[in-house]
Each structure stands twice: as structure tokens, then as C-alpha cells.
Design a protein around this ligand. Structure first.
Ligand code: UDP
Length: 243
């Protein structure tokens, strides 16, 4: 199994950087089959250790890339380096550029009411020709869920960006993949907030140093509790290394 993948604490990553990931997504669209794309960070790997359903989804996803320095560091420590980090927001932007350049239809799902619509408006200006065939906020009820899925399927996008937050979005994509019939579904976390201009990304210098997590913590202190996963991840990797 997974002979082309590099495993970090049980989660199999594809050994691809940004260009390779975009190439793979382009191939997915041409094939027309259904594909799930995951950008996994240390928080997600730690969550998968305790959540068998999530681990299984990550193992079956057609593309899993390393979102952040933590995964790159771990892969190197474990003696199986990955080429480079592929931040979720950058992969989402690259998929949008691919769509604009090739006439692929895109659907945006997630964020508070108004976020996906604002993101669509700004993205159409940024990527001329980009065809966004629908938007839906991420706070629909369980009773509305079937309607949301049917609406997306009817719009027939090539690419579906799902920003419902880590794990939730991966499970949502997996649960509905057959009804959605979308060739490429990508879990994008808070990227729609960034595209809508509601959340700023870290300054480029901090991203280069691998400190984007610190910036996010400073502007969104509520993330502190979640970020406690990071030191646990580091200890786990160091333990693995010795064993
Ligand atoms: N979100 C949503 N529905 C929910 C919970 C969250 O649409 O039920 C959105 C939220 O508005 C935000 C994104 O999911 O846009 C989660 O962002 P975060 O930066 O926390 O991403 P994560 O790190 O969890 O992937």
C-alpha cells in the first residue's frame, strides 16, 4: 500500500511540492473521476491518531500534501524527507488560477454568511475569467444538508473548495463525495476568510521562516488550545525517531 507515499505518524503524504500538487489536480480534472485533496498540518495528524475515521479518510484521499513546516520537519527527522510545504491557502489559490486558465467551474462552500460571496467577488477580479458557479456559507443545519449537496451537484463544478474547518471539512467531503460528483474537492480551512479579505495572512518574512502559526496565534488567540497539539506532535515524532 502507499508505496509512493511518505508516512508521518501513520498519515501517508504524497511526496509532492506545490507544482507537483497542481499538476496532479490538473490530471484529476481531466480524468473526470472523484478525488479528495487534503492539506494536512500537525494538528490534523494528531487528530487522526485519535480519530480512526479521519485516519481512514486521509489514507484513502487521492492527494495529501504537507501543510506547514511541522510536517516537513517531521518527515526529515524520520529520514524520509518531503520536498516542500504546500500551504492550504496557496494550493487553493493555485487551483483557482488553474481553473481560470482552463475554464474550469469552481464552487465555494464554507465560512460565515457573506464570506464565500465576498471571496467570489474578489477572486473574480483577481483571476479574470474565473467561473465561480455558486457559493454557500458553512453554517447550514443538518436538515439543510441534502439541499446544499444537491445545489452543488446541480452546479456541476470541476473544483469544490470546502472551508468548514479541519476534520469537519474532510469528513463532509468524504461523506458526500458520490452525490457531489465533483472531480476535485479540496478542504481549505479558513482560506475563504483570507480570499474575502477578512483575515490577513502572515507577512511573507514570517511565512518564509515557518512562523505563520505564530502570526495566526497572535491575531486569533482562541487558537492557543488547538495549538497545544504542536508540542505533542514534536514529542511524538522524536519518540518515533528513537524507536
Ligand atoms: N466554518 C464553517 N462552518 C462551521 C465551522 C467553521 O464554515 O461549522 C468555517 C469558519 O467560518 C472558517 C473555517 O471554517 O472560515 C475554519 O477556519 P480555521 O482557520 O479555523 O481553519 P482550520 O484551521 O480549522 O482548518
Amino acid at each position: 500500500m502507499h508505496e509512493d507515499r511518505i508516512t508521518v505518524l501513520g498519515v501517508p503524504f504524497h511526496s509532492l511540492g506545490m507544482d507537483g500538487a497542481v499538476e496532479k489536480i490538473a490530471g484529476f480534472i481531466i480524468s473526470g473521476r472523484l478525488h479528495q485533496v487534503v492539506t494536512a498540518n500537525p494538528e490534523m495528524v494528531m487528530a487522526a491518531l485519535e480519530d480512526g475515521e479521519l485516519l481512514q479518510i486521509l489514507s484513502r484521499a487521492e492527494l495529501v500534501v504537507a501543510d506547514g513546516m511541522g510536517i516537513i520537519w517531521a518527515a526529515r527527522r524520520l529520514g524520509t524527507p518531503l520536498p516542500e510545504r504546500v500551504p492550504g491557502v496557496e494550493l487553493a489559490a493555485a487551483a483557482l488560477a488553474l481553473a481560470a486558465g482552463n475554464g474550469y467551474r469552481v464552487y465555494l462552500l464554507g465560512g460565515a454568511p457573506g464570506v464565500a460571496a465576498d471571496a467570489a467577488r474578489r477572486l473574480r477580479l483577481k483571476y479574470p475569467g474565473l467561473e465561480i458557479v455558486g457559493v454557500q456559507h458553512g453554517y447550514f443545519t443538518a436538515a439543510e444538508e441534502d439541499g446544499v449537496v444537491a445545489k452543488i451537484a446541480a452546479a456541476s463544478p470541476h473544483i469544490l473548495l470546502v472551508g468548514l474547518g479541519m476534520s469537519k471539512q474532510e469528513k463532509w467531503i468524504h461523506r458526500h463525495r458520490e452525490e457531489l460528483k465533483v472531480p476535485v474537492s479540496i478542504g481549505v480551512g479558513g482560506s475563504l476568510d483570507v480570499f474575502a479579505g477578512r483575515v490577513q495572512r502572515a507577512p511573507a518574512c514570517m511565512c518564509r521562516l515557518g512562523l505563520e502559526w505564530l502570526y495566526r496565534l497572535l491575531v486569533q488567540p482562541r487558537r492557543l488550545f488547538r495549538m497545544l497539539a504542536l508540542p505533542k506532535f514534536v514529542f511524538k515524532v522524536l519518540g518515533e525517531e528513537k524507536s
